[in-house]
Design a binder for this molecule. Structure first.
Ligand SMILES: Nc1ncnc2c1ncn2[C@@H]1O[C@H](COP(=O)(O)OP(=O)(O)OP(=O)(O)O)[C@@H](O)[C@H]1O
Ligand SMILES: [Mg+2]
Length: 254
């Protein structure tokens, strides 16, 4: 895969998007030949779980910036609003040693000021071009992606688990992705939390809905344990089954 790419992780709530996004970042950074890559991690879920999965902290969200500037706007609205946003968004990016993190935070409120959201999207599109990879941990659902985050997605990883509901959500995501005004170049369906021996059954069930599962990440008790104890998912051991599975996915993506 060429550099400067945007990878979004989407799917039904609770299927493992955040865990997978965190492990993708870890394995992209660890991949051979990727010693110097820079990654932008974007937490696009209002619930903001990615920082914990990565074991890092953040101070402010894009939502905070938007609300602050909208208040200022009522007093002093200048034509220079885009550079004001640009400067403020650059200022809230959490910089880690090998990657940066941008937290979207709360979506726009009822008094949505659409031009501002459009400006934010353009800024993030521009920002993503400065990184080798941008990994977006999406909110459950897809509409927010066109509304708040980025326009073009090179790879959309749609995660499902052993539930029929998640298969149906994946199907809807696939349909919506084809309709909305974001350009999804490649859509990959992956099944997560799959118990030993259930691979074939999952592939078969998804096929009934015309979904081709391309990757399987096994149920990994260590992920639940780390999540329960509040240990960052990125600190999982190299040999953990989920880590090995994500490593293979990264090798394929590269
Ligand atoms: N491969 C796995 N094996 C075992 N448990 C897993 C696995 N992947 C995720 N989990 C568990 O599933 C739950 C949901 O994971 P996660 O928070 O990553 O999902 P999500 O899709 O980001 O959820 P949300 O939609 O709420 O953001 C967590 O309790 C996590 O520990
Ligand atoms: Mg999540």
């Amino acid at each position: 895969m060429r550099k400067g790419k945007v990878i979004a992780v989407a799917g039904k709530g609770g299927t493992g998007k955040t865990a997978i996004a965190a492990l993708l970042i870890r394995e992209l950074l660890n991949a051979q030949g990727n010693e110097d890559v820079c990654i932008l991690a974007v937490d696009a879920d209002a619930d903001t779980n990615l920082p914990d999965a990565l074991g890092i902290s953040y101070a402010k969200t894009v939502g905070d910036i938007r609300e602050g500037l909208l208040e200022e706007k009522q007093r002093d609205f200048t034509l220079d609003i885009r550079s004001q946003f640009e400067g403020k968004i650059a200022g809230i990016i959490a910089e880690e040693e090998r990657y940066d993190l941008l937290v979207m935070g709360r979506p726009e409120g009822p008094g949505c000021y659409c031009p501002v959201n459009h400006i934010i999207r353009m800024i993030i599109d521009t920002l993503a071009k400065n990184y080798d990879y941008t990994i977006i941990d999406c909110e459950a659902g897809l509409e927010h992606l066109s509304r708040r985050t980025t326009r073009d997605v090179d790879v959309m990883l749609v995660v499902l688990d052993t539930t029929l509901k998640s298969i149906k959500t994946a199907l809807r995501l696939k349909e919506i992705a084809a309709e909305i005004d974001i350009d999804v170049k490649k859509l990959v369906i992956m099944a997560n939390k799959i118990p030993d021996g259930a691979d074939k059954m999952m592939v078969g069930e998804a096929k009934r809905y015309n979904l081709e599962i391309e990757d399987i990440i096994p149920f990994d008790p260590l992920i639940s344990e780390y999540d329960t104890k509040g240990i960052p998912i990125v600190d999982l051991p190299d040999g953990a089954p989920s880590v090995i599975a994500v490593r293979r996915i990264v090798e394929k993506l590269l």
